[in-house]
Design a protein around this ligand. Structure first.
Ligand SMILES: [Zn+2]
Length: 265
């Protein structure tokens, strides 16, 4: 019996050893089959090339101006209103500073706020498009995106005769929309300094501290002139202007900072 098992074991071992070269050749041949890549057809190559070109040509989002020049821009979003926009305009006038106001269409269309809408332009500031209803435009259809831009431009044109070319998406949310925005003649401008002046409980001192620590050549500073209590923004503004001037910065409008036209007319 023992003899029988010994013979069987030898037979099994022999079978394994004789099949090894075959196993090895199977393994050695496997990778070419797995990684085999068909060459791209001409139309596929053209398609890939077009995608690449589209990616390269994607319309830019501006977060700042040139870092080589000592210029910065103050920007105020979400107005106009009657409470804070007018106070901010008063401070800017007092310190002889021009800034950029990104207005919301529904606010601009409100009869109560039209005097301040016009005053932004009369005082020499730049007026820019911040959508009609302050939706997250990265989540809407192209039709809605177009309407948000067009309706705001139409109402601002009606009262100021300015055709706006500078746009800031609500929440800075611009993913996937910059090409469509650019095709309508706008440039998209976000910011690189955000002192969170919209946050509940924020103080003027905190707003000033962030501006001081983050501002550099070419910075675009985000603040708000409406959409909630902006009393701390109003309180911080004179000190922010004084600080920027003391550091040798020239405060300019966004169009001047980026050397792009603010209006189509
Ligand atoms: Zn906003």
């Amino acid at each position: 019996m023992q003899q029988f098992f010994r013979v069987c074991t030898l037979l099994v071992l022999g079978l394994i050893l004789t099949s090894l070269p075959w196993l090895q050749s199977t393994v050695a041949q496997a990778p070419p089959d797995i990684v085999s890549e068909k060459p791209l057809s001409l139309s596929q190559m053209q398609k890939e090339n077009a995608t690449f070109k589209t990616k390269v040509a994607a319309a830019p989002i501006y977060y700042n101006g040139p870092r080589t020049i000592k210029k910065v821009a103050l920007t105020f979003d979400d107005g106009p209103d009657n409470t804070y926009t007018s106070q901010i305009l008063d401070v800017l006038k007092q310190y002889k500073v021009k800034s950029t106001f990104f207005v919301v269409g529904t606010m601009a269309a409100n009869n109560k706020y039209q005097a301040n809408l016009k005053r932004i332009v009369i005082d020499g500031h730049i007026i820019a498009n911040h959508s009609w209803s302050h939706k997250d435009l990265a989540k809407v259809s192209t039709t809605t995106l177009n309407a948000e831009l067009d309706k705001t431009n139409a109402i601002v044109y009606k009262y100021t005769k300015k055709k706006m070319k500078i746009f800031r998406p609500p929440y800075g949310s611009a993913k996937g929309i910059t090409n469509q925005v650019a095709s309508k003649g706008f440039i998209t401008v976000n910011w690189d300094v955000d002192p969170n002046d919209w946050k509940k409980g924020i103080t003027a001192a905190e707003i000033i501290r962030t501006v001081k620590s983050q501002t550099k050549n070419g910075s675009i500073i985000l603040m708000h002139s409406a959409g909630g209590s902006r009393s701390e923004t109003v309180k911080a503004l004179p000190q922010i202007i004084k600080y920027l001037k003391s550091k040798g910065y020239t405060i300019v409008t966004v169009d001047q900072l980026l050397n792009k036209p603010a209006y189509a007319n």
